[in-house]
Design a protein around this ligand. Sequence first.
Ligand SMILES: [Zn+2]
Length: 149
Amino acid sequence: MPRPIKCRKVDYNPGSKFFKPAGIPVSELEVSVLALDELEALRLADYEGLYQEEAARKMNISRQTFGNIISSARSKTADALINGKAIKIEGGHIAMAERKFVCLDCKYEWILPFGTGHPEKCPGCGSVNIQRVKEDYSVSSRGRGCGRR
Ligand SMILES: [Zn+2]
């Protein structure tokens, strides 16, 4: 039985999901698919400038797995830039971060996907006295073969 792939935690939702060289129709382009975990690796290591150990910890994966992901991400990106390919960002074994909130008045707790903004009021009682629960960090499964933890 193959070892199940551990989900990579992704804290970021890319706004743009398709990049292509200007002036060339998509039908004439080769498209390179960059998985969301590869993009997250690029973001943490090359954009935020984190050490691989730290970036791996943020994605909840081993340093070695992170090394494999970032190397694949860099190679695909370089290939697209140099050979004029389009880049499509999708898929990957990822677990999107969720944020948990609690109402300080009625103690109601609820979860929102990452990137949806801070809620204005409690869905239970309508109170604005709400707070994000930071310590209880949960993730939901979004990718193929990702089990709920
Ligand atoms: Zn409430």
